[in-house]
Write a protein that binds this ligand. Structure first.
Ligand code: ADP
Ligand code: ZN
Ligand code: ZN
Length: 735
């Protein structure tokens, strides 16, 4: 017997099947999905691999499998991994990784639950910074490299786990701490996010007529895809809950995907109240041990409802009866890292395979989802009868003409003052962190850029530093121009720190809290800031898009959007859609309950249809205009945009590699794709790596997928050593 195996490594040239002989002693036990060790490489050293196929003979097999380790994967997993590898242009082993139990060697964790606190290890530097230090030989010790690379994927691991996994001594870990690469932090252990939380159970609500119609259509439908399109508060979640109840009643299980950022305790509590402890939660902020616990609970059947961010679609759940994707328009369902999978596509595949319903829900559906949807179910009324807030648009050009150079318009100032007087809360939204967005010499025009990236540095007033938002590089603020020695240095653009300062000077009595990447760091603190805002009745919450989702603040009656244009000008086919979603979502934070809400949107482009439609909170009108634009420009859903991102540490090699790839793509797919010649990317250097790209347009189908895979195979034979290629279809970010 012969096994087809995949070596568990990420190198591009190892993404192929190797044939190995199965010794007689293993013939009875070996299965597709088994983890094995095989002799591999010039030294024939035992190497981890996965069995992805079995057959009787092979002319290539001449070595025997050494050992069967365990059976972590099903045949279905392997089939999906193979498909994904072709569709997302990555290695099968990368896809398999998503389906493996997290940190499966963690054995003695149970004992540690008794401890109240433990030491957890966190990286202090960015992944690429570390990779760079490895590349230039600043880190040489192979154990150090092993630890750092492991932490890149398992940041925040229990120190004892780290030592056990990697077989390293405490002293080795401590050296890395001393050298400033990691920090060891004592933290409370919260193995079970629900333990010790007393939750009152609730009962299903009497559905409204609209909800009942939605429920009836979906329940018992077999394989079918539905889009529930309903404003926030229209009772979508209640429909999900009752569909899940009906699924459980039939002895089946459910997966519910939500955007990572809306996976708040409030949201989870709502499921706990209805279903008790048969739910489990999977997301990236959990420790490796917590995730492992959850994985086990799913496997043993203790957990029957999985709630999680995009990777939860790979949870090892059997007897699946329904998949629900809430806020389906959220771009976090598509991964930005390899494998660049889209959880909606995976969900469709699984739903079809299991012949079960897939339910997508949103108040502002993804343009492509809406266009392609066959079963749209509308919920038009708010279930609790609260009203949508009143939205007012302020023209910043007029403010300037009237001599107001502040980032706050007169109207917004007035309303903030009124709200403070009435002891009501305010949210101010500005999607730029830091103090000022760039720093320039007035005399010679010099702008301070990151030495690693081709990007202007942002001034952060609190630390008096200039920071790069792409790579984390920091330098001291400058007061003298490095080029012409002028002292005439000027700061342009405003970020959340400046906004906070302006608020303090205008309203010295107001209490404020700021939420952006700079204030949110470790586990939970996102949650802590929002809770403080809510519980301590802080007057004003200032933040980036982190503040937009999920939370319910009954006392917030005013929402101000400082610069609605910021996301409009982006070179991105989703720019309009992203702007509209964001504005509708932000507006949705105001007046969620009894109190009426007011929203003030400040903008330089009052006539832009995204702004107009968000003022009216009218998705239908937005959709009608946007879909026409997409059609004319040949953007999704009419065409797919395939981005070949090329990055390299070598300025010459990247140009050669890009031109080579372009030539190969032309050779394979000239007729089927419209391929644009290679060009440097809009941001042409990040973290010392140069960036080019090739953009192709066509409708992605299995033929095109084959063409691209063939072209990539040919390209990889060229061995451009310092250059990497990624392929991203309809990328979240085009910069
Ligand atoms: P969505 O998910 O669309 O935002 P929710 O399901 O969260 O809407 O419902 C919004 C509010 O209305 C919640 O407080 C919920 O408890 C309430 N609600 C939902 N359905 C009903 C119903 N059938 N009867 C009474 N209240 C309802
Ligand atoms: Zn100068
Ligand atoms: Zn940088």
């Amino acid at each position: 017997m012969v096994a087809e195996i995949i070596i568990n490594r990420l190198a591009k040239d190892l993404n192929r099947i190797f044939d190995y002989l199965v010794p007689d002693s293993m013939v009875k036990t070996i299965k597709v999905g088994a983890r094995v060790f095989v002799p591999f490489g010039s030294k024939n050293s035992p190497t981890e691999a996965f069995v992805i196929g079995l057959k009787n003979v092979s002319e290539f097999a001449n070595k025997y499998i050494l050992k069967i380790e365990d059976f972590p994967l099903t045949e279905e997993n392997i089939e999906l991994a193979k498909l994904m590898s072709r569709r997302y242009f990555c290695n099968i082993s990368e896809c398999i990784k998503l389906m493996l139990p997290p940190g499966e060697k963690t054995t003695n964790l149970e004992n540690r639950i008794k401890d109240k606190t433990a030491n957890f290890v966190y990286l202090k530097k960015e992944d690429d910074e570390i990779e760079l230090d490895i590349e230039i030989g600043k880190i040489k010790n192979s154990k150090h490299i092993k630890i750092l690379r492991f932490l890149e994927e398992n940041n925040g691991i229990h120190i004892a786990d780290l030592e056990m996994f990697l077989e390293v001594a405490r002293a080795t870990v401590k050296t890395l701490e001393k050298n400033g690469y990691i920090e060891i932090i004592e933290q409370k252990i919260e193995r079970n996010p629900f333990k010790n939380r007393k939750i009152e159970r609730d009962k299903p609500l009497q559905l409204t007529e609209e909800q009942q119609i939605a429920f009836n259509k979906i329940n018992n439908s077999g394989f079918n895809e539905f889009l529930i399109y309903g404003v926030t508060g229209s009772g979508k979640t209640e429909v999900y809950l009752q569909l899940i109840q009906s699924t459980l009643n039939k002895g089946k299980k459910a997966i519910v995907l939500v955007p990572e950022i809306s996976l708040t305790p409030q949201m989870v509590d709502r499921f706990s109240r209805r279903f008790g402890n048969c739910i489990c939660v999977l997301h990236s902020k959990l420790s490796i041990g917590e995730r492992n616990d959850q994985w086990k609970n799913i496997k043993t059947g203790k957990c029957r409802i999985v709630i999680g961010a995009r990777s939860a679609i790979f949870a090892p759940i059997d007897d699946l009866g329904i998949i629900i994707i809430d806020e389906e328009h959220d771009i976090s369902y598509k991964s930005d890292m390899s494998p660049r999978f889209n959880a909606k596509e995976i969900a469709r595949y699984i739903a079809k395979k299991h012949e079960i319903p897939l339910v997508l829900g949103s108040a502002t559906p993804d343009i492509s989802t809406y266009y392609n949807a066959k079963n749209i179910i509308k919920l038009t009324k708010r279930a609790n009868n609260s009203n949508l807030p009143e939205v007012e648009v302020v023209d910043l050009r007029k403010e300037l003409a009237n001599g107001n150079r502040s980032i706050l318009s007169e109207r917004l100032k007035e309303e903030i003052a009124k709200n403070l007087e009435n002891k009501k809360q305010t949210i101010l939204f500005l999607n730029r962190r830091g103090f000022s967005t760039f720093v320039m010499c007035r005399d010679c025009g010099y702008t301070v850029k990151c030495k690693r990236c081709n990007i202007s540095l942002t001034y952060h007033s609190k630390e008096n530093k200039l920071k790069c938002h792409y790579c984390g590089y920091e330098m001291n603020n400058i007061t003298i121009c490095p080029k012409c020695k002028s002292k005439n240095i000027k700061h342009f653009g405003s970020g959340t720190q400046k906004l906070e300062e302006v608020i303090h000077s205008l309203y010295p009595q107001a209490t404020t809290i700021r939420m952006d990447i700079d204030t949110v760091s470790r586990k939970n603190s996102h949650e802590q800031i929002l809770n403080r805002f809510k519980d301590e009745k802080i007057d004003i919450l200032i933040g980036t898009q982190m503040i937009v989702k999920g939370h319910h603040f009954p006392n917030v009656t005013l929402v101000g959007v400082i610069a609605a244009d910021a996301s409009l000008n982006a070179e991105d086919f989703r720019a309009n859609e992203k702007t509209f979603d964001l504005l509708v979502q932000v507006a949705g934070r105001a007046g969620r309950e009894k109190l009426p809400g007011k929203v003030i949107i400040q903008t330089y482009s009052t006539e832009n249809f995204c702004i107009e439609c968000s003022k009216k909170q009218n998705y239908d009108e937005f959709y009608k205009t946007e879909i026409e634009i997409r059609k004319q420009l040949k953007y999704p859903p009419f065409c797919d945009i395939i981005m070949f991102g090329i990055n390299s540490s070598d300025k010459e090699e990247i140009e050669q590699a890009s031109n080579k790839l372009y030539k190969i793509l032309k050779k394979h797919g000239q007729e089927q794709m419209q391929i644009m010649p290679p060009l440097p990317a809009p941001i042409d250097k990040i973290k010392y790596r140069y960036r080019w790209r090739i953009i192709a347009k066509c409708k992605l189908n299995s033929k095109i997928i084959t063409i691209i895979n063939d072209a990539l195979d040919e390209y990889y034979k060229q061995k451009f050593k310092k250059t990497r290629v990624i392929v991203d279809v309809n990328p979240n970010n085009m910069s």
